[in-house]
Design a protein around this ligand. Sequence first.
Ligand code: NAD
Ligand code: TDX
Length: 330
Amino acid sequence: MRLLVTGGAGFIGANFVRLTLAERPDVDVTVLDLLTYAGSASSLPDDARVTLVKGDVADAETVEALVGEADAVVHFAAESHNDNSLDDPSPFIRTNLVGTFTVLEAVRRHGTRLHHVSTDEVYGDLPLDGDQRFTRDTPYRPSSPYSASKAGADHLVRAWVRSFGVDATLSNCSNNYGPYQHVEKLIPRQITNVLDGVRPKVYGEGRNVRDWIHVDDHNAAVWSILDRGRIGETYLIGADGEADNRTVVSTILELMGQDPDAYDRVPDRPGHDLRYAIDASRLRKELGWEPRHADLRAGLAATIDWYRENEPWWRPQKLETELRYRRLGR
Ligand code: NAD
Ligand code: TDX
């Protein structure tokens, strides 16, 4: 089987390729990735079963040719960072909307199976206090240009399923963490700050809650959906990992031998979503998926070790990322 993985040189995609090589001996992978600031060939294993094609998911000719050679497509490619989308939304529109449209047109022509990877942020946010959780029936209410572009992409996929009979499934996952995550994101930013002797930066009061899941649990769920998911269905992926940002940052500091309060507060992100929480019971019941790394503290400790041991991977991103944050005042 040949799988086309768009965005496979990014954080979740590269971990997906690694999991696939380890657990699916019958699957060869073609990665289509533009290698933007967020993608790196060095995140991919050097393996004869993986072919990396540098190209744009919004380029119809490139996508058409690669989909024509694939048995299935997993679509991860996206601009993924909220803060960047507030600074300049334009690449989010092109990659997330036009890119998804381009993939849909190609799989429509070739009759190829598609799994579309999306986010819980399409549902907007939940109140800080309370036990409400997102389900697949929660109305879409995205807050940022990033989440609005992902919401639009999800709607395109559902329309292509209904109107053109495309063989697609969708998933909306909560916040991922683990190895190979770009240092712009909360957890690797703060781990690498501490490694550099810099105090972590928490937006606002740090009370915002995210529902953390280890990237391998997300990717195992994607494989469950590819194997057993019902065409046209949407599966919410989450591992009951709710924690507020202060707690995450304090845990990182403590695990790294620092004072848990040794962080700085910086101005809040405009439109900052308060809380995300996923009800993944359908995925568990229908497809039998269970997270294997649900202990956030243990997962953070392993992730800290990974960043300690892989400075040559993250160091080239760090200075430019922090200069960008300085310009944004965060
Ligand atoms: P990432 O930014 O680390 O990786 C994105 C990859 O897409 C990069 O390799 C980049 O080079 C590539 N890319 C960007 N524009 C492209 C284009 N025009 N053509 C081809 N490739 C392009 O993002 P990630 O965190 O790995 O997220 C992957 C997917 O998962 C995204 O669709 C995102 O919305 C979704 N998602 C992410 C999270 C999370 O917590 N990170 C949670 C839920 C869903
Ligand atoms: O330095 C920081 N300080 C801080 O307090 C950064 C970078 C973030 N934060 C806060 C903002 C959020 O409340 O931490 C939380 C997590 O921030 P991000 O890592 O930027 O993630 P988030 O905005 O929640 O979005 C992530 O999860 C859903 C991914 O980036 C998206 O791609 C995914 O769809």
